[in-house]
Design a protein around this ligand. Structure first.
Ligand code: AMP
Length: 304
């Protein structure tokens, strides 16, 4: 396995989540937390982010226990950790953001350190495009950069997001975000447009329980989702998908069309673990054997 670390810039958060069946308060969340835990099964992961006075030491230890490098997580004792409250309806098909506390990232200038400045594999996990760009500015010669985003930034930071898309090697969006960004309701045409009109080198459009589609100059590829029977909380599925994806690409040092296809298999398997529990619980306790078993199942599942 290639030992190049993946540098993950994104949120480290506390979430309050309500699903049609259960509720949990102040649980570990954030795009970078999910992504780093998912990545750690394949490649060393280092998080760059900021937390406040209220962030529990035990949650730092949870990340470290999976080998995640937390040395670039800065604590600001005068502030409160990023907070997100979300509610799922209709059997998980709709989600509302009820509350979000973002002040901690308002004037955040990420400090990269020498290792991150020389980083090859970069995941710009979901957070504001302006600060994602700032982080990327600090990396001298990234070899492969994955960019994740969400509806909020498409709405309020559209120009910043559009210029960042041109700097990344792979853009990941879900189907509704791809429609919102391109203004095109057909997901296949939207994917084509991400490459032809938005300047993405390659793009993955995730379709929730219906899998994901890769758009690449060498062709298209699709993978179904792992058939989950015990959906508990979909929060973090996209972040885990992105983390495992870049972890697999870093481990194999293969970012070709085939390399990305292979990484989508790992990403799909890992994301299916995240949705089977609240927070990162299942993700952090799963073993590589379970991930490999899910990959094998997916391979068989799609073979004629
Ligand atoms: P996902 O379900 O993959 O979209 O990821 C949900 C996670 O992203 C939660 O743990 C939140 O803490 C985090 N999150 C939600 N909104 C934002 C935002 N605007 N910026 C950064 N992270 C966010």
């Amino acid at each position: 396995m290639n030992k190049d670390p993946v540098f993950i810039y994104g949120s480290v958060a506390y979430d309050c989540i309500e699903t049609p069946f259960a509720k949990a308060d102040y649980i570990l969340g954030g795009s970078a937390s999910y992504a780093a835990l998912a990545c750690s099964f394949f490649a060393p992961a280092c998080i760059a982010s900021k937390i406040g006075a209220d962030f529990r030491e035990a949650d730092i230890l949870r990340l470290q226990k999976r080998g995640v490098d937390t040395s670039l997580i800065e604590r600001d004792p005068s502030q409160k950790t990023f907070f997100w409250r979300g509610k799922y309806y209709d059997n998980f098909n709709n989600r509302d953001t009820l509350e979000v506390r973002t002040e901690i990232y308002d004037n955040y200038e990420p400090k990269l350190g020498e290792n991150a400045k020389n980083g090859k594999y970069i995941l710009l996990a979901n957070t504001s495009p302006r600060s994602q760009a700032k982080f990327l500015d600090g990396v001298r010669a990234p070899a492969f950069t994955v960019l994740d985003s969400m509806n909020l930034w498409i709405e309020i930071a559209n120009p910043e997001l559009r210029s960042l898309i041109k700097r990344a090697n792979l853009l990941i969006l879900n189907d509704s975000e791809a429609r919102q960004l391109t203004g095109e309701s057909n997901v296949i045409i939207a994917g084509d447009m991400l490459l032809s009109s938005f300047g993405a080198e390659s793009a993955i459009i995730k379709k929730g329980e219906n899998g994901a589609v890769l758009f690449h100059k060498d062709g298209m590829f699709t993978i179904p989702s792992y058939p989950v029977r015990s959906l508990y909380d979909p929060t973090g599925a996209g972040d885990s998908f992105a983390g495992a994806l870049i972890g697999q690409i870093a481990a194999s040092a293969d970012s070709s069309f085939t390399g990305i296809k292979r990484a989508m298999l790992s990403a799909t398997a890992v994301a299916s673990l995240t949705v089977e529990s609240f927070s990162c619980d299942k993700l952090e306790n799963a073993g590589l054997a379970e991930i490999e078993a899910r990959k094998k199942f997916l391979t068989e599942f799609t073979r004629v």
